[in-house]
Design a protein around this ligand. Structure first.
Ligand SMILES: NC(=O)c1ccc[n+]([C@@H]2O[C@H](COP(=O)([O-])OP(=O)(O)OC[C@H]3O[C@@H](n4cnc5c(N)ncnc54)[C@H](OP(=O)(O)O)[C@@H]3O)[C@@H](O)[C@H]2O)c1
Length: 244
């Protein structure tokens, strides 16, 4: 259903999984959605962007943010959703480690900073969502990089929210832990070896028993939470708490 004053959502990793579900749901609701990923669909607002090259984020994002500042959107939301799991296991390859940390931590930091800078004087309700994970707080053997990046991202969000308290038009920041979702990321988890990922059998069982969440249901919950007036000021919340 179209709304008279829609939102603008910017979703990283909009091509698959949770990101694709968020993009589809939000567009169905009449919002404008910029979907950023390496493989773009054919929508005018799909953008090709490799987050492993964070210097390309500004040219891809800032012109749209400048235009959004003039447009009068009721709410402008950046959802830092894209992430990778690989490399799983003990990895000492500096290139692979660096790529992982760039996509999962550096890129969302760069995108969030550009969002804040470019919209500093825009009075719309502005929000940054960081998609987190239980791995940010649980030590899961084999996921040292993924857990470190998610923990770093959560803490970046806490500091960002604190900094925003003194701004004229502050951005609200929230980390959302979505729970286990039936996406390609889960398929690659199940395909890992026991040597690299000792808990692999647990995740295979989650899949067999139907415990994985439907990406569309998770996307609907995220958008429902975002529609609430409540602001989160750097909290890390489970999806259930975000919906209220
Ligand atoms: N699935 C779960 O059980 C689960 C649980 C907790 C948290 N999460 C979190 O939820 C979020 C979404 O996960 P998901 O399960 O939907 O993952 P997914 O199915 O693997 O999709 C990942 C998305 O990220 C994009 N992406 C990956 N590398 C990129 C790059 N270099 N540049 C641009 N985009 C890139 C992919 O697009 P392209 O390949 O087209 O670039 C894709 O759209 C992630 O933050 C993940 O950590 C997932």
């Amino acid at each position: 259903m179209a709304r008279s004053v829609p939102w603008l959502l910017i979703v990283t990793g909009g091509s698959r999984g949770l990101g694709a579900a968020l993009v589809a749901r939000a567009r169905q609701s009449g919002h404008r959605v910029l979907a950023l990923s390496r493989t773009a669909g054919d929508h005018d607002d799909d953008r090709v962007l490799d987050l492993a090259r964070p210097e390309t984020i500004a040219p891809a994002l800032v012109p749209d943010l400048r235009a959004a500042a003039e447009h009068g959107f009721e709410r402008i939301v950046l959802i830092n959703n894209a992430a990778v799991l690989d490399p799983i296991g003990a990895c000492s390859d500096p290139g692979a480690i660096s790529r992982h940390m760039t996509v999962n931590l550096v890129a969302p930091i760069v995108a969030s900073r550009l969002f804040i800078e470019t919209l500093a004087q825009t009075a719309a309700d502005k929000r940054i969502v960081l998609i987190s994970s239980g791995a940010a707080t649980r030590a899961i053997p084999g996921w040292s990089l993924y857990g470190a990046a998610k923990a770093g991202l959560d803490h970046f969000g806490r500091v960002l929210a604190e900094e925003q308290q003194t701004c004229d038009w502050p951005v609200d920041v929230v980390s959302i832990s979505p729970g286990v979702i039936d996406t390609d990321m889960q398929a690659s988890i199940r395909a890992a070896s026991r040597r690299d990922f000792p808990q692999v059998e647990h995740f295979r069982e989650l899949h067999r028993s139907g415990a994985l969440r439907d990406p569309d249901a998770v996307a609907a919950a995220v958008l429902t939470g975002l529609a609430r007036p409540e602001r989160f000021h750097g909290q890390v919340v489970d999806l259930a708490r975000f919906v209220g």
